[in-house]
Design a protein around this ligand. Sequence first.
Ligand SMILES: *Cc1c(COP(=O)(O)O)cnc(C)c1O
Length: 426
Amino acid sequence: MTDPRRRVPRTDALLADPRLAEAAHVLGRALVKSVVAQAQQRARDGQIPPERVADEAVAALPHSAARLRPVINATGVVVHTNLGRAPLSRAAVDAVVTASGATDVEFDLETGRRARRGRGALAALAAAVPSAGGVHVVNNNAAALLLAAMTLAPSKEIVVSRGELIEIGDGFRLPELMQSTGSRFREVGTTNRTHLRDYADALGPDTGFILKVHPSNYTVGGFTSAVGVRDLAALEVPVVADIGSGLLTPHPLLPDEPDATTMLRDGADLVTASGDKLLGGPQAGLLFGDAELIERLRRHPAARALRVDKLTLAALEATLVGPPPPVLQALDADVADLRARAQRLAAQLPRAQVVDCVAAVGGGGAPDVELPSAAVSLPESYARPLRTGTPAVVGRLESGRCLLDLRTVAAADDDLLAKAVLACTS
Ligand SMILES: *Cc1c(COP(=O)(O)O)cnc(C)c1O
């Protein structure tokens, strides 16, 4: 018998296969070679016959040259931190693709001169929050807060309630983040109760501003008291409100979630928010305030280090002017429609049942809000093959079942979802 190792096709012969040659063009030769080498090794180990090496390599080719893989979010968590927060709308994706080449981000094609960077996104943001005299965009909300501290409280005090000293995830704490600029925190009140006089007593020549933070990932219940922006605004020092979620105007389903328009109307001098939570756009930090203050922030020497790239500006503008992004569609979806979709799906899938369930807003805020939803319920054993399939599907494990919650799945992805489940069945 011949040694099977002898018959394993050579690398250059495999790379001449039209499918692998095309892949080398798109993904890069080095990446395709490493996939080919793994298939050759499997043949040498006797796991596959030598004539299957090329097919194996083709099947194992990655989706793109980056390692990030597309995931269908069937967790029922609308803004899922570990799945990249807000998925972009189709309009935003198209805008990103357009902006990815050479683009007029800082150039006026009419006059041939330099133009204001990101003017389209800034105009869209200003139009969405007319009560803001000025708007600015940075890398994320954390960067927006850094810029506020550096500009308004250099070597000064930031006055904040003890009930609002928050950790935002992955061990990052807002007080530590802002104090890294050299500002100091002046904590007032207690964990559960802070009064207007607590703030008033703490103010003095060292005060930079009062910081009002929305506790977006927890709630304090019971015997509590907090001071709203409207009362703080009467204290004659700047008030910075970190609203977290990025709602620009009130949302009827989220009555306890603050929004930029209301905060400015209540007298906040500066409002900061994320772009990739409830706004449903790209990762970004949004700043709203009066024109003079925003100009000071924009002109701070460190602002350049926090600025966003052209892809973010493109996605943000398209999110603001385009159709509702997936986050808002998920929030606003009608539960009867979700149930109908679940029934249609379950009818095509063996071992599937339709169940009512409860979805959540997630990393975007509103920890108390329960969104009625419907899911396709599968045996728990589906969870792993679904996660590792293509596209990957991440469901929610509940009571020994794997639930695919349709509130966070775009209706246009139902067929893809059905195929992914059927691929686990065969
Ligand atoms: C999420 C959040 C942040 C952090 O925002 P990033 O955009 O992730 O930097 C800050 N403050 C609040 C209240 C938040 O909810």
